[in-house]
Design a binder for this molecule. Structure first.
Ligand SMILES: [Fe+2]
Length: 320
């Protein structure tokens, strides 16, 4: 696993900083020109804080009064969390997601070495998985299937899960009248539905015992990670509905956004039923292999709360 020091070596070495007296608009211009989301605030030789676009947006939404003279001091976060250079990218990711922060200054014995953003961490993790994929000698054309397969490989008990749910999903979506051209993108979304789990550390994803509340919160970020990973890839952007929305529930109690009813894209509503079916019926040690009959009753009991009732009805009409 790559260390924070190695990530810093791979990125631009310049540290962009401002002082607490720098006008906010000047700091924003520095960030826009360099395409970065945050700058460090240095006073004397010391790290006095961090100022990010998000801090600015937050104050804007609170109708904070700005003038040309508003300085960074008014908006910066001075209670800054730092990370050491020998920590791993996993530690970095864990710290950022559990504390809801996007930038971490790197300090070595009070010496400032640089700054790591959540994007740097995500890119590093993805590069690691690409390396694993190339080790499987898979052709470039099937890179997407390989990517999906690598998610299964990581969670060993999911063997074949992605392929199975995708196949059933396509049949059900077809039965529900979804047109062929839409199915192309939905298929990609189904295959990559849990791609966001690539950004969840092994220590949480593969933990044998029950998860703490904090660990569960990290797992629940995986649809957001999927969004961040897929949105920049233009031809995967139309496939986002399932990766981003497959944990939403019909009654609004799901995550990440708590969408309700038909606010949830249809593809994600269909996929959610199929995913639950495969999770319960597939041979997982801790599930004790539910019978088809028991799983069907379970799905029926959740129609109208967890699942779209029309989708459950259509699903239960067929023997899969
Ligand atoms: Fe998921």
């Amino acid at each position: 696993m790559m260390t924070v020091r190695e990530i810093l070596q791979n990125k631009c070495r310049d540290i962009y900083s401002v002082t607490p007296q720098t006008p906010v608009f000047e700091a924003l211009k520095i960030m826009a020109d360099r395409n970065i989301g945050a700058v460090l605030v240095i006073e004397g030789e010391k790290l006095a804080g961090i100022f990010s676009e998000r801090d600015y947006a937050r104050k804007l939404s609170m109708e904070h009064e700005f003038s040309k003279n508003t300085t960074v001091r008014e908006l910066m976060v001075s209670d800054v969390l730092c990370i050491g250079p020998e920590k791993t990218v996993e530690d970095c990711m864990m710290l950022m997601t559990s504390r809801h922060i996007r930038h971490l200054p790197v300090m070595d014995n009070k010496k400032l070495l640089g700054i790591i953003s959540i994007n740097d961490a995500v890119k590093t993790i993805i590069r690691g998985h690409e390396f694993e994929i190339s080790g499987l000698k898979i052709s470039y054309e099937s890179i997407m299937e390989a990517w999906a397969h690598s998610i299964d490989l990581r969670e060993k008990q999911r063997e074949g899960h992605n392929q199975r749910v995708t196949a059933i999903f396509i049949r059900l979506a077809h039965k529900m009248g979804i047109k062929e051209e839409s199915l192309v993108n939905m298929r990609k979304g189904a295959l990559l539905h849990d791609i966001g789990k690539m950004c969840v550390p092994d220590s949480i994803l593969l933990k044998p015992g029950p998860l703490t509340e904090e660990e569960m919160a990290v797992i629940k970020q995986h649809p957001f990670y999927a969004y961040n990973l897929l949105y920049p890839i233009e031809n995967l952007r139309p496939a986002l509905d399932i990766p981003y929305c497959h944990h939403e529930k019909w009654d609004g109690s799901g995550y990440p956004r708590g969408l309700k009813g038909e606010e949830i894209p249809l593809a994600a509503r269909i996929f959610a039923v199929v995913d639950e079916w495969d999770i319960l019926c597939s041979d997982r040690p801790f599930r004790n292999d539910w019978s088809e009959d028991k799983t069907r009753k379970h799905l029926k009991s959740l129609a109208g709360s967890h699942f779209d009732p029309r989708v459950v009805e259509m699903f239960l009409e067929t023997k899969w």
